[in-house]
Design a protein around this ligand. Structure first.
Ligand SMILES: Nc1ncnc2c1ncn2[C@@H]1O[C@H](COP(=O)(O)OP(=O)(O)OP(=O)(O)O)[C@@H](O)[C@H]1O
Length: 336
């Protein structure tokens, strides 16, 4: 769906996207994560052709965005039909009611006049069809009853639902979300993420989420990429990223392991099937050994509980402990 290779983007002489490569497949929910100023929004804006880039390749649905921007703006406009976008500040038209806000892309893209359609070779859509489309989208986002209201009469969560309905009007294949939940409280955030998840599964829409909120990533994304000063400092499936974080990822998460300097530190990774089993206490009983639990966590990633734990054991127990944990399907490595 989206293929980016060695992308570089400068603002004047400042390099803000530094050799970024990534691939987002159809139907994925992919998060772009990083602190403020990391280049997340810029990357998203390059994807939908709002920004130029100077080096590398960025293909959306097999079209090189730079070529379309330079040589085929009409095609770029058409491609944008396949890309819906939502923002932190909702970007609704305050003077128009909810119905008209959602209808706006339809009115821009289609003409409601058959004669115009013929003369200007523009696609036609009748008022009745617009009406049906808008109402069906408002139903999907749970706001059918609010079609007549104005943005100022809605809560933040409701406004974002309207923005989502509007982003879906032209049946996009991709939904780009730029900090869509950053202005919302945790409960509303959860509801909006559920809606995005529903849209992803029911309509097969690929979602690219820009966020600085780790909880958002953990809740909904299957893959993530971590940006720092425009550079990728980690990427991959989120269970790998969170449970086996590299040094940079740990820094980003604000984690560090304080490991004892005596004995052996072993980091255990619990796959989802065994996370809730009492492997560790069972091991202590079965092997009749003592050990310390140094550090551990269980994360709910994408609806699945996964965990890791660092234990400290005596050197003399090494063989029997490793033997035991391997037999029980627990992945491990020495922690240092
Ligand atoms: N239009 C612009 N002109 C010049 N520099 C810009 C422009 N937009 C962004 N930048 C710079 O590019 C860098 C990346 O900005 P960007 O907005 O992409 O970061 P971000 O990770 O999305 O941050 P935030 O989460 O705060 O929105 C920053 O150093 C920013 O100052």
């Amino acid at each position: 769906m989206i293929k980016i290779k060695n992308l570089k983007k400068y603002y004047d002489k400042e390099l803000v996207i530094d050799d970024v490569s990534l691939e987002i497949n159809k139907g994925e929910i992919y998060a772009i994560v990083g602190h403020s100023g990391a280049g997340k929004s810029t990357l998203l804006r390059c994807i939908n052709g709002l920004e130029d880039y100077q080096e590398g390749s960025l293909k959306v649905l097999d079209f090189e965005i730079k070529n379309l921007k330079q040589k085929n703006p009409k095609k770029l406009r058409n491609l944008r039909k396949d890309i819906g976008m939502i923002f932190q500040n909702f970007a609704l038209m305050e003077r128009k009611n909810i119905f008209e806000n959602v209808a706006m892309p339809l009115r821009t893209h289609f003409t409601q006049c058959k004669i115009h359609s013929k003369i200007f070779n523009k696609e036609y859509m009748s008022e009745k069809e617009i009406n049906e489309k808008v109402h069906s989208l408002l139903e999907i986002v749970g706001l059918k009853h609010k079609f007549n209201a104005y943005p100022k009469e809605l809560s933040g969560g409701q406004k974002q639902r309207v923005a989502i309905a509007r982003a879906l009007t032209l049946n996009p294949k991709i939904l780009l979300s730029d900090e869509a939940t950053s202005a919302l409280d945790p409960n509303t955030t959860k509801n909006i993420l559920e809606l995005i998840n529903k849209i992803n599964t029911e309509f097969g829409i690929t979602v690219v989420l820009v966020t600085h909120e780790m909880d958002v990533v953990k809740d909904i994304a299957q893959k993530a990429l971590l940006l720092e000063h425009g550079k990728i400092i980690g990427s991959g499936a989120i269970d790998e990223l969170f449970l086996k974080p590299n040094h940079k990822m740990k820094e980003f998460l604000g984690e560090s392991d304080f490991l004892p300097t005596h004995g052996l530190n072993i980091k255990l990774y619990f796959p989802k099937e065994i996370v809730e089993n009492k492997v560790i206490t069972h091991m202590a009983r079965t092997l009749d050994i003592d050990f310390n639990i140094v550090w551990g966590k269980i994360e709910k990633l994408n609806g699945k509980a996964l965990g890791n734990l660092v234990i400290n054991i005596d050197h003399k127990d090494k063989d029997k402990v490793l033997n035991y944990i391997e037999k029980n399907g627990v992945l491990w490595e020495f922690a240092s």
